[in-house]
Design a protein around this ligand. Structure first.
Ligand SMILES: Cc1ncc(C[n+]2csc(CCOP(=O)(O)OP(=O)(O)O)c2C)c(N)n1
Ligand SMILES: [Mg+2]
Length: 319
């Protein structure tokens, strides 16, 4: 298990470092929100799921997409705006999807995938399937009305869903305590009678263990939703590849404990050098191939502007 978690963490970190490295060349055609520093949440959660389980994420979604098994080549091609991308080059970094892997979508609009996840969980309950649904969102999303409507409905219907709040303390440049009366997200989840837990330290092994137990319980006992508030930290600026500790809204001293608590380094130290080097080598080849795939793919044809605009079943009649 350690080597799987390490591979997933290393792969996401290195993919995003490569994205950051080439960002200034303008090859990447969409705004890009990096999750460097936060990878442990997506990795701990997704490794605890089955391949048939599904996740819904946010615009900071590379980690969730990759950790759940989304196709790396199609993700990089999507960032390049190429027709071979996972959303045919029309979505960019913020709109990743790989239905076969159970990545049901990420969205630029804060909070929007929470009700999608709840709707999916409702469908699973009606069809008596044992799929577990995970909804990832940030600490900013809980200020959206739809978050509370979704929590209410999920609790009422005891839906098979795990809510994962990735609390990195900031929404763009505003600290949580400048936006919310208290740092009490788990308590608010509990008011819906949803069992909720806060994981303070980005500990990938703990996140994995707790989510695994929660998913097992949801499946075996139909015990209804669970909620995890995972404290974490965004190392890079809100959007883009740079550092922003000189912007004045946060300090490097606040970040230092999180740098020291890097879960990638932690797992690296728990693995033998041979395993580590094998994984690093394999991942580097895969990443190079993914960027090569994106480079050599074509942009979508002009006609593509008119496809996928409406659902196939949509019927429009003049009235
Ligand atoms: C409905 C909506 N309101 C405002 C925005 C502008 N916006 C983009 S990112 C963001 C911050 C969200 O913060 P959080 O949910 O904590 O996620 P993080 O960026 O920290 O991962 C905001 C307000 C938006 N995209 N959608
Ligand atoms: Mg945030």
């Amino acid at each position: 298990m350690l080597d799987k978690l390490y591979r997933a963490l290393y792969r996401i970190r290195r993919v995003e470092e490569e994205i950051a490295r080439i960002y200034s060349t303008d090859k990447i055609k969409s705004p890009t929100h990096l999750s460097i520093g936060q990878e442990a949440v997506a990795v701990g959660v997704c490794e605890a799921l089955r391949s048939t389980d599904v996740v819904f994420g946010t615009y900071r979604g590379h980690a969730c997409y990759l950790a759940k098994g989304g196709d790396l080549r199609k993700m990089i091609a999507e960032l390049y705006g190429k027709g071979t991308g996972c959303a045919k080059g029309k979505g960019g970094s913020m709109h990743l999807i790989d239905v076969r892997a159970g990545v049901m979508g990420t969205s630029a609009v804060v909070g929007t995938t929470i009700p999608h996840a709840v709707g999916y969980a409702y469908a699973m309950r009606l069809r008596r399937q044992d799929t577990v649904v995970v909804s990832f969102f940030g600490d900013g999303a809980i200020e959206e009305g739809v978050f509370h409507e979704s929590m209410n409905f999920a609790a009422l219907r005891r839906l098979p869903i795990i809510f994962v709040c990735e609390n990195n303390s900031y929404a763009i440049h505003a600290h949580q305590l400048a936006r919310q009366p208290a740092s009490n997200i788990v308590e608010r989840a509990r008011t819906y009678l949803i069992p909720a837990e806060r994981i303070e330290d980005n500990d990938v092994l703990r996140i994995y263990g707790l989510v695994k137990a929660a998913a097992d319980e949801i499946r075996s006992k139909q015990s209804g939703p669970r909620f995890f508030e995972c404290m974490t930290y965004r190392w890079k600026e809100h959007v883009g590849p740079g550092d922003d500790f000189d912007r004045g809204y946060r300090s490097i001293s606040e970040a230092q404990p999180w740098f020291a608590n890097d879960q990638l380094k932690r797992l690296e130290s728990l693995l033998g050098p041979q395993v580590r080097e094998r994984i690093m080598g394999e991942v580097e080849v895969e990443i190079a191939q993914a960027f090569q795939f994106a480079e050599s793919s074509s942009f979508p044809a002009e006609e593509e502007l008119y496809t996928d605009v409406f659902g196939e079943a949509a019927q429009w009649t003049a009235s």
